[in-house]
Write a protein that binds this ligand. Structure first.
Ligand code: SF4
Length: 86
């Protein structure tokens, strides 16, 4: 029986084929204006691979942009919460 580690999941990027944003300009997810950020979050909200995207961002400590429906501050909070729970 095999099991996937967090690093295995981080390396497996096949989920990106199913991403709602695969045909969207990546700049939308790194925009600083609130309208663009909200547009990115709407796309994430309907994305079938949102969880994979978020775990990728957390594993790689993505410091900028919208990933998995979270912004930079939300990911920092998630990392702190997970560290405390570990
Ligand atoms: S969750 Fe958002 S950033 Fe991640 S793949 Fe889906 S649409 Fe793209």
């Amino acid at each position: 029986m095999s099991s996937l580690s967090l690093s295995d999941l981080a390396l497996d990027q096949t989920w990106q084929d199913e991403a709602s944003c695969r045909d969207t300009d990546p700049e939308l997810f790194f925009a600083t204006d609130e309208v663009s950020r909200q547009q990115a979050l709407v796309l994430c909200g309907a994305c079938p691979v949102r969880t994979d995207c978020l775990e990728h961002a957390l594993a790689h400590r993505e410091a900028y942009g919208i990933w998995g429906g979270t912004d930079e501050q939300e990911r920092k909070r998630l990392i702190r919460r997970r560290r405390r729970a570990a």
